[in-house]
Design a protein around this ligand. Sequence first.
Ligand SMILES: Cc1cc2nc3c(=O)[nH]c(=O)nc-3n(C[C@H](O)[C@H](O)[C@H](O)COP(=O)(O)O)c2cc1C
Length: 364
Amino acid sequence: MYQLARPLVFRQSAQSAHEKVLRLLAACDTVPGLSAALTLVHRAAFERHEVTVGGVRLPAPFILAAGMVKGKGFADEAVAVAAVQDGENIIPGWRSFPALVGAVEFGSFTRWPRVGNAGTVMWRDATTCSTQNYVGLKNPGAKAAALFLAVRQAALPARYGINVAVSPGVSDAAQERDEAAFAVNCFVEKQLRPAWFTLNVSCPNTEDDPSSHQTEQHTRALCAAVRDVLKPTAIPLWVKVSPTLADEQYAVLMSVFAETGVRAVVATNTLPQPHPTQPMLAAGVGGGRLHEKALRTARVLAAARDRLGCPVDVVGCGGVQDAETIRAFQAIGINAMQYWSALIYRGPLVAALMMTEMEHTHGN
Ligand SMILES: Cc1cc2nc3c(=O)[nH]c(=O)nc-3n(C[C@H](O)[C@H](O)[C@H](O)COP(=O)(O)O)c2cc1C
């Protein structure tokens, strides 16, 4: 089906296609019966293939990565909260996307809302099946997002994750730690119980250099603070890292994750590359151009985990789009993966397609 729709999508710029998809998602959330119909499509397309990763049992090994169902941007928390109270759908796709694709990581959400970066923020490179984005953590903020999801608790999927990012532009370490913990607590105190939380310390598209969050000291403080918020709930904590750190740094981070009770590390976020029109800025590349770096990161993390005996799973993320890229992650012992760019190139049922391809190429 997507083969038919793809020329229409690719006739438009990546930005325009992305905006239209978000509008469509918002409409799908509200049309009565549509999510139920999407659930039927999901059931017809997906076979059950359970995996356990990072303390979470998933019905299938693929998760839609953070950044698709992340919510609208707002400049002000009170305005975002008022929009929720007015019944606005501030998280387009919250119902329709999980109904169709299965497990989704919502977010990233930050302590304070963000409007994101202005102008064109999405690009495609079809020759390498890559994406590049400069969205800049646009989101409604943790408070409004939690309020929105809490009101819809009964209609939320059985398994979903919530991704919380550290506040961009905060240089004080204690404030950074407290804001991350506060953001996670917004969801917990509203009685939301996602299957996992992911702490995103690696967004390349904001005013921050993400490597500054990924030092030993910062990561330890951030993870410990979030772990303490999650302790009474027993919800597992995952952390999402960059593809650009040194091998020694990944080894140090792995032991910090084990020490602070992190159950899984998502490797990786996008790769910072020059912004297509403002090369002094960095914009994150995902898909084919990320794959080798993400794979290498995952390999280094898995090796450190095995060497140090850390009870931390590695979730592959970066250019996962077909049997070959999946097998590359599986070859280093990874049994669950996240994907984003594959959605653009292969359509919303890409996870089901990938599962079928794995079946058909089994043992080859
Ligand atoms: C438009 C866009 C927005 C994204 N926003 C987020 C985000 O808010 N938080 C996050 O952790 N990752 C975000 N990502 C990164 C993806 O979750 C994923 O890590 C990355 O795209 C690599 O996966 P891929 O190679 O399958 O695309 C975003 C990616 C894209 C393309």
